[in-house]
Design a protein around this ligand. Structure first.
Ligand code: NAD
Length: 494
């Protein structure tokens, strides 16, 4: 049962948020938002394109050149803290919207508001610490008494952010919080499959005191509104989270004005389970690494390497654990596996079930859609997998685990197998042995490694990919670097 405040939000005529106000009209038709658990329409959004992006960029430029760019740090800090408090106050609506818009289980949806508040507070704390350096320059043959040289950190400018649908409040906040903290302004293009989170966040930001034009939202489809953001001459930097394929388009489109680009892209994360792992914790840990958010997760631990001596026990344990997870709408808190985002995504995942069967993988559980309504598929475990299988090579973005075995490989040989992918986002190693843990974390080619845990996230810990999983780091102080530029100032006198 949807609360009155969420129902009222859904019933509104939605579109964009530009220059501090809702814009309910759009130049490119309408997006009908479906609840992926019921396939029922829950909201309608006016879609925008170049025209709305132009308006949003103009507003963002005015705001950057206005008081926002020159606001004292304490004032900006107070605004971010007020925004965090509002996210907590609206936790109920945020949770419900996350469930209805994206389909995520209630327990994960409940993490969205605290996640937003935590990130806003973390980056609010950085605002007063962004500073340059005084440097010992001896340029121009000058002595220290004749020269003052320093750097200053400036906002990079107008940021275009393009985000995916898989954890909308979180993915958007990973851009919003550091963009606001660094004094930049933002044009956010959310995913068309989950466009509601950004609109609520923009309203809360405005209520918290973020001035008009600082945080704009343009809804629309990727090929139109997204492409307009990526190519816009008035945008100084584009921060993209999404598939590696679209990431390539972004890089090409950004070349026009050579805007700066950061990319958080796909993954095919390896999970190494050694014979000395504590299987009591490893079995649920490895299962959740693959099945959390129905596997619609860039860090999804879908490529498991289990030591031959424990592989069967692990596979059975994971399949039993998966079978114990209730599947159903996130509105019922007992369900731990929700629907996939769309019929298209469900059909894609079913295509992997077929290819796994054709290529000879052994299904230990799952491998089929669930129910008549909603885009549900069962969490699925395959063993007897080989490196050339599609389920081993391709990012599925569904709850599908492919298990391979290892035996007497050296650390280097096993790492070569684990690293045999174009991606390099996340990895985990399950062992009680310190030497194994250290050796393998050094050899694994991924931006994030967990030992006896998978994809542990904290605002302070940088996150991002090696190889074709991305450019740059979000989270932590590293994210500030994405939105700052350095100016070197040399002052000389006689
Ligand atoms: P997607 O690449 O299809 O879409 C992402 C965004 O790009 C959407 O807003 C979409 O509208 C937009 N877009 C699509 N085509 C565009 C174009 N030509 N120009 C500009 N914008 C365009 O990805 P998705 O299906 O929304 O999300 C799933 C992907 O995101 C997976 O590959 C996943 O691994 C990745 N992802 C990565 C991270 C990370 O932090 N590394 C986090 C979450 C998701």
């Amino acid at each position: 049962m949807t609360s009155p405040s969420t129902a009222a939000f859904l019933a509104r005529r939605h579109g964009h948020w530009i220059d501090g106000a809702a814009v309910p009209e759009g130049s490119e038709g309408e997006i009908v938002v479906l609840d992926p658990a019921t396939e029922a329409p829950i909201a309608r959004i006016a879609a925008g394109g170049q025209a709305e992006v132009d308006q949003a960029v103009a507003a963002a430029r005015r705001a950057l050149n206005g008081p926002w760019g020159d606001m004292p740090h304490d004032e900006r800090t107070r605004i971010l803290l007020a925004f965090a408090a509002l996210a907590e106050q609206h936790a109920g609506t945020i949770t419900e919207l996350a469930v209805l818009d994206n389909g995520m289980p209630w327990a994960i949806a409940e993490s969205c508001a605290p996640f937003c508040a935590m990130f806003l507070r973390y980056y609010a704390g950085w605002i007063s610490k962004i500073s340059g350096q005084t440097l010992p320059s001896a340029a121009l043959g000058k002595k220290p008494s004749q020269l003052h040289a320093y750097t200053q950190r400036e906002p990079i400018g107008v940021v275009g952010a393009i985000t995916p649908w898989n954890y909308p409040f979180g993915m958007e906040m990973l851009k919003i919080a550091p963009v606001l903290a660094t004094g930049c302004t933002l044009v956010l293009k959310p995913a068309e499959d989950a466009p509601l989170a950004a609109l609520l966040l923009a309203e809360l930001a405005s209520e918290a005191g973020v001035p008009p034009g600082v945080f704009n939202v343009v809804n629309g489809i990727g090929e139109s509104a997204g492409a307009a953001v990526a190519a816009h001459e008035g945008i100084d930097k584009v921060a993209f989270t999404g598939s590696t394929e679209v990431g390539r388009h972004i890089v090409h489109a950004a070349a026009g004005n050579l805007k700066k680009v950061s990319l958080e892209l796909g993954g095919k994360s390896p999970v190494l389970v050694y014979p000395d792992a504590n299987l009591e914790t490893a079995i649920p840990g490895v299962a959740l690494a693959a099945f959390m958010l129905q596997g619609q997760n860039c860090v999804c631990g879908s490529r498991v390497f289990a030591h031959v001596s424990i592989a069967e026990q692990l596979a059975r344990g994971v399949a039993e654990f998966a079978a114990s997870l209730n599947i159903g709408p996130g509105t019922d808190p007992k369900n731990m596996i929700g629907p996939l985002i769309s019929a298209r995504q469900r059909d894609r995942v079913e295509g992997f079930f077929s290819s796994a069967a054709e290529e000879g993988a052994r299904c230990m559980g799952g491998g089929a859609r669930v129910g008549e309504r909603g885009y549900f598929v069962a969490p699925t475990v395959y063993t007897d997998c080989t490196p050339e299988m599609r389920i081993v090579r391709e990012e599925i973005f569904g709850p599908v685990m492919a298990i391979q075995t290892f035996d007497r490989e050296t650390p280097e040989e096993l790492a070569a197998r684990a690293n045999d992918t174009n991606y390099g986002l996340s990895a985990s190693i399950w062992t009680q042995d310190l030497r194994t843990a250290h050796t393998m974390s050094r050899l694994i080619d991924a931006g994030q490694v967990g030992v006896n845990c998978h994809a542990a996230m904290d605002p302070s810990m940088p996150f991002g990919g090696f190889k074709q999983s991305g450019w740059g780091r979000e989270f932590g102080a590293d994210a500030l670097e994405l939105y700052l530029r350095t100016k070197a100032v040399t002052m000389a006198w006689d």
